[in-house]
Design a protein around this ligand. Structure first.
Ligand code: ZN
Length: 473
């Protein structure tokens, strides 16, 4: 009986919190700002391995709304048909997770435009029609928008914020579309005059990385009103407020990614001439918050995926720590009420586009949990794939309208928590297209609280919602 009583109390508390999130009691007010942060290729075991190695839980692990997310796409044209996550297959067939998984381009489209499309395409329906992304929509409403990544600014996840193409590798068209777009902030790697160690290669510049020299010249000369920056000190000046601009194109002095593709052993010292993602994030927020109408931005830890593809756990953890620091910088920004922006008017979502590497515990080929070997020691873990998987990924939300996610938690996998050794909240999952739906609903005002949320809250809430005070630790 005490157990039951405790559960009921928890549920009542959860329902009360859901109402509190949607002030006034019968409607959600519009979120002025929306910040979507994506750790590309991050699975539950990426989060766990990083937590063990660093000895610190990422700030988002304490967010009030937590759950899992299905990442399936429409499939790959001429190859396979995308199928939603199947928990029955997942836990009875180890190889199920390894075939028919989405790529980052279709996954980004699902989250930004709410439609499942073919892999390797970007904001094009399966019948070839252009999709309008959430970011383009709010830009049309007068809000500032941005795309920030630790990898090439024109790689799938940041590019899909605005670009539309049937070929995600068409860097010429993608870069041109980004230049012509309304984006106030574009930041990432992808500098044609530097190598992956941040060394100048100007005599052998490869403009293919930005599609063409014409694109590069347009970027550098400030096309479409964006200030071009490339020096670490310039990113830092934006981050600390000593440089003020309303539109910026920032390309760090490195080729493919800030750190992950540098030469040397996995733990070799980091490239020192480029900013980290937290600095880029602060710089981006300081540009975007000049717009009194609000902003929407996607910020990506892009190389977690690359390290996972390479089955390089040390670098995957390094990249995830860099991402986690960026999320912390956003939380610090909001907790400080910077430029009038805080949790009451900003929705913060942290998720992944898909898992990569089938990372599990040290025994390969079977489901076993990652082993904690102490702070600073690589955890006991093994990769079982060099590519993306169908595994559910975690999502976390906090701030304005985060409670909207409750009405989308419609799938369940009762084995998730036990298999990974995680909170039971993650047994419930949304679809990746629901990220778009929630962002879109949060942007519109006012939104009545769906009856389903209040009905579901006692059922989901006891598992899902734990209101905790954030700390900076
Ligand atoms: Zn990948």
């Amino acid at each position: 009986m005490p157990e039951i009583k405790k559960t009921i109390m928890t549920c009542l508390g959860a329902a009360a919190m859901v109402i509190a999130l949607g002030q006034p009691a019968d409607a959600y007010m519009a979120a002025k700002n929306i910040i979507l942060m994506i750790s590309d290729g991050q699975g539950f075991n990426t989060v766990k391995a990083t937590e063990y190695y660093s000895g610190t839980k990422a700030v988002y692990e304490s967010f009030s709304v937590r759950g899992s997310m299905n990442t399936s796409s429409a499939g790959k044209l001429g190859s396979y048909v995308g199928k939603p996550y199947d928990s029955g297959q997942m836990w009875t067939n180890f190889n199920y997770q390894k075939s028919g998984a989405t790529d980052s381009s279709s996954a980004a489209t699902a989250m930004y435009s709410g439609v499942k499309i073919y892999d390797n395409q970007m904001n094009k329906t399966t019948t070839g029609a252009d999709l309008t992304t959430f970011f383009e929509k709010v830009a049309g409403q007068g809000k500032a928008t941005g795309a920030v990544s630790t990898v090439n600014f024109n790689h799938a996840t940041p590019a899909a914020v605005v670009a539309k193409t049937t070929n995600r590798n068409d860097y010429n068209a993608i870069t041109n579309q980004m230049i012509q777009s309304k984006l106030n902030v574009i930041m990432g790697a992808g500098h044609p005059l530097y190598d992956n160690d941040g060394q100048s290669v100007s005599v052998a510049a490869d403009y293919g990385i930005v599609g063409s020299k014409a694109n590069w010249d347009a970027m550098v000369s400030g096309a479409n009103g964006r200030s071009f920056i490339e020096h670490k000190s310039q990113f830092e000046a934006l981050a600390n407020g000593t440089m003020i601009v309303d539109k910026v194109f920032g390309v760090a002095q490195v080729r493919d990614t800030l750190q992950d593709s540098r030469s040397g052993v996995p733990a070799s010292s980091r490239n020192s001439s480029v900013p980290d993602l937290a600095t880029m994030t602060k710089a981006a927020l300081n540009v975007l918050d000049n717009d009194a109408d609000g902003f929407a931005v996607m910020i990506e830890g892009g190389a977690v995926d690359w390290a996972n593809h390479a089955n390089n756990l040390q670098r995957a953890i390094d990249e995830e720590i860099d991402f986690n620091n960026a999320v912390q910088s956003v939380v610090d920004y909001l907790n400080a009420g910077t430029s009038g922006n805080d949790l009451s008017n900003t929705l913060l979502i942290v998720t992944a586009d898909h898992e990569c590497g089938a990372l599990w515990g040290p025994e390969t080929g079977v489901f076993n949990q990652v082993v904690d070997n102490g702070v600073g020691s690589l955890p006991g873990a093994a990769y079982n794939s060099g590519s993306h998987t169908n595994a559910l990924v975690p999502f976390y939300a906090e701030g304005a309208d985060a409670g909207l996610f409750l009405s989308y938690l419609t799938g369940s996998d009762p084995d998730m928590a036990a298999m990974y050794g995680i909170d039971a909240a993650f047994n419930w999952y949304i679809d990746n297209t629901d990220i778009f739906k929630v962002m879109d609903a949060a942007n519109a005002a006012p939104v009545p609280i769906p009856a389903s949320v209040l009905l579901l809250a006692p059922g989901f809430g006891g598992l899902l919602i734990m209101r905790r005070k954030w700390t900076n630790t």
